[in-house]
Design a protein around this ligand. Structure first.
Ligand SMILES: Cc1ncc(C[n+]2csc(CCOP(=O)(O)OP(=O)(O)O)c2C)c(N)n1
Ligand SMILES: [Mg+2]
Length: 354
């Protein structure tokens, strides 16, 4: 494909504009997603998003009680993105992400127990208590981290895509990154190689509008991040990251197309983080009204309302779901509390090669 033949940028959904899901005004594509997913799967997805929200709430409390130390970056507001997109992949596909990794790990079906235990620094933690919040990792789920260095995960996700193509598997590699990582060199080097070698890498920018306390308007020379895809002769698509159905559809279509004929894709998902950059961020750089405005399109409320409109979940059902999720999170706290600390002799094990 010549550089001039770059596929035009597509937009799926309202992409950040305030347009909540409603059974009465679903687009044809959203209707199709509802039909494909069906009632049970949609309720399960609502449960997945609720699990993230409740897990993060409890993490904040545990941090305040000093049960959790170090860094803590929560995912509240971005739940539709992880749940929608990761519902559309196979269990052997690769996933890489940044330090804001709790929602991604939970959406891959990892139990809250080893995740909470990791935050508590316990030996039963998913990284044996050595990584903490930023370094969830699971060989079993092909989750290649949880990375604290901004942009550090991008070449790793690229390597996984290279492996898939080299070995001739039909796997794809989903590489999640923040808007703040787009100006890092690793992003550009990785996009170049992914396009040059036509690798099955799907780069997903979780544009939550801020990198630490700096708004993306003040840190990026372009606001349409998919323009970066054109620079590397690859496809780019914008999606409403607060909309579960759109997040599911964009990845479903993307992986379907790429399993047999690998090629890279850049997705920009417009989303919003409700909390500060980390637990120690008082958030003085943005107005309360801005947060409230995004909460009007809260991803969880949107899906709950849609399910009610479809008569697929009533108020009692939704309350029971939340109650069950809270119990699951509470059990993870008990599990973490009761787990032993790592043996002090473990300190340098898995840090240096034996
Ligand atoms: C290479 C590098 N530079 C700077 C930092 C400090 N830092 C940590 S998070 C962050 C902002 C990243 O923002 P974004 O990519 O938008 O992710 P978000 O926190 O919004 O999920 C920065 C600059 C770092 N960890 N690594
Ligand atoms: Mg950001």
């Amino acid at each position: 494909m010549s550089p001039l033949a770059v596929a035009p940028k597509k937009t799926i959904g309202a992409a950040g504009k305030v347009k909540p899901l409603s059974g009465k005004s679903l687009t044809a594509q959203q209707k199709d997603a509802v039909k494909r997913l069906g009632r049970d799967k949609l309720v399960e997805m609502l449960r997945g998003m609720t699990l993230i929200r409740e897990f993060e709430r409890r993490c904040e409390q545990m941090y305040q009680q000093r049960k959790i130390g170090g860094f803590l970056h929560v995912y509240m507001g971005q739940e539709a993105l992880a749940v929608g997109m990761l519902s559309a992949i196979h269990s052997d596909d690769y996933v890489t992400t940044s330090y804001r990794d709790h929602g991604i790990a939970l959406s891959l079906g990892i139990s809250p127990n080893p995740l909470m235990a990791e935050l508590f620094g316990k030996v039963t933690g998913i990284s044996r208590g050595k990584g903490g919040s930023m370094h969830f990792y699971s060989k079993e789920k092909n989750l290649l981290g949880g990375h604290g260095i901004v942009g550090g995960q991008i070449p790793i996700g690229l390597g996984a895509a290279f492996r898939a193509k080299y070995m001739g598997t039909d796997q794809v590699s989903l590489v999640f990154l923040g808007d703040g990582a787009v100006s890092q060199g690793t992003f550009h080097e990785s996009l170049n190689m992914a396009s040059l070698w036509q690798l099955p890498a799907i780069f997903i920018i979780e544009n939550n509008q801020y990198g630490m306390g700096t708004s993306v308007n003040r840190s990026s020379s372009v606001q349409d991040m998919t323009l970066k895809a054109q620079g590397y002769n690859m496809e780019g698509v914008v999606v409403d990251g607060m909309n579960l159905l759109d997040c599911y559809t964009v990845v479903r279509d993307a992986v379907k197309k790429r399993r047999k004929n690998p090629s890279p894709l850049l997705i920009e998902a417009k989303t919003y983080r409700y909390r500060g950059h980390s637990i120690s961020d008082p958030g003085t750089y943005r107005a309360k009204e801005e947060i409230e405005n995004y909460q009007k399109v809260d991803p969880i409320t949107q899906v709950r309302r849609l399910l009610e409109e479809l008569d697929w979940l009533d108020d009692a059902g939704a309350k029971a779901l939340t109650k069950a999720v809270r119990k699951e999170v509470e059990d993870s706290v008990t599990f973490a509390e009761e787990s032993p600390n790592p043996d002090p002799g473990e300190r340098s094990r898995h840090v240096f090669a034996d």
